[in-house]
Write a protein that binds this ligand. Sequence first.
Ligand SMILES: Cc1cc2nc3c(=O)[nH]c(=O)nc-3n(C[C@H](O)[C@H](O)[C@H](O)COP(=O)(O)O)c2cc1C
Length: 442
Amino acid sequence: MTDAAARYVAAMADRGPLDIRWDLAPLRHKRYPSAEWVEPRHPLGALLRGMLGITRVIWRHTDAGPMAIPGRPAPSGGGLYPIEAYVACPDGLFHYDPVHEVLEVLRTGDHGPARICLTAVFWRSMFKYGDYAYRLICQEIGVLRTQAEVVAATLGLTVTPGDADHALLGLDESRESPLAVLHLEPYERVLPPEPADAPRNSGDLPREARPLPLPFPPGAARDLHRAADATSRARRPSPPARGIRIPAEVVDLRDGLRARHSPVDGFRPAPVPLTKIAAIAGLAVCPDLDLYLLALRVDGLPRAAYHYDGDLRRVRAAPLEELGSAPLVANTREALKTAAAVIVPVGDPLAGTARDHRDQLVETGASLQRATLAAAALGLTSRIHSDGAGEATDRVLGLTGPARSLSSLLVGVPRSRGPDLVLRFPDPQEGGPKARPQHTDQ
Ligand SMILES: Cc1cc2nc3c(=O)[nH]c(=O)nc-3n(C[C@H](O)[C@H](O)[C@H](O)COP(=O)(O)O)c2cc1C
């Protein structure tokens, strides 16, 4: 156990209401306005787009009037998208601009083996969630790792996770810090082979757009981040380069990529077959976490809490009503009324170093994104509800030791018509009549 992780976990268990600093809200995307653009070639462009691109526009009617929201392929806490992607490779160093679907050339020249570096712009999430944002950011790194693995599998690419490289990007790490690397194979050139035609920039990095995001404010999250960077792992790491085994005979996660979104108004209150819930849970399992399941509407499974490790074991018989006493956000309370099941990753947040704690958050996100894509592939839908993890959930799961619920994913049957009108942008690689934008309800 480490002091920094223990203080962070204690602070998050006792956090007050949100104090949102709208007056200090940062830019939504990072840009380097003076950088040259290159179009990422296939399949790199499709991989980046499939992770972070703007792939749909959502029209939503709210109390404050109609809104048009840019939608992305993978979920993000509060839709704030604090993660940036850079490409380092033998051609140069590039920043992905998801708005224009281009790579901004930061430097040409050999930057080592091809890899995507994921960084977090802390303030982009912290202006809303304060220190809690750090938990969401780390989970989102895991979400994007899973998303990259599955998108890569559609493109004949392999991504292998590695450790963040701090020297590479020349960042002011008080505002933006590298958190993960995804090695890419096979590698194809980003820039055209004729260097004379290629944009050149081998000196200083270009300046990023102003205003800069605010620095990471002092507090429990910053201490945890620094401690996690400064310490090494003590716990048994996940098997290296495990990737995702996609059990095609049950569910192919690639089939979930297109339909995935987080429903805004819960689910159709219909039961789901046990085989589907078991397939989802089976894909969420990972060696570093325990997996629990609340069965609310699962055919053939009594309403109860279960532990899942390939087999389902009932842990408590009928305590689900206790969740009603939990301090849940309104949309979680509503969605629980119609969900079929809740997937809950569980682990001891203080076993190991600060680095282990951060890794555990990353694994939580990676696990939930596998469950999310599995649900979408099976015609179901799901939404992460972070507040669904807490003391009340721990009681319902019968957790009395140091292990705690780390997040929660509500799964259910999609409503036939959602409240949003969504325009999906076609994948430029698709071509043909299918390439026209498509309207759907969501
Ligand atoms: C780490 C993480 C935590 C999230 N926590 C919540 C949550 O507590 N409540 C909620 O309603 N949605 C939560 N979401 C879902 C996001 O709000 C959602 O992904 C975002 O609004 C974008 O919408 P989309 O998933 O439909 O693309 C979370 C997503 C992530 C990745």
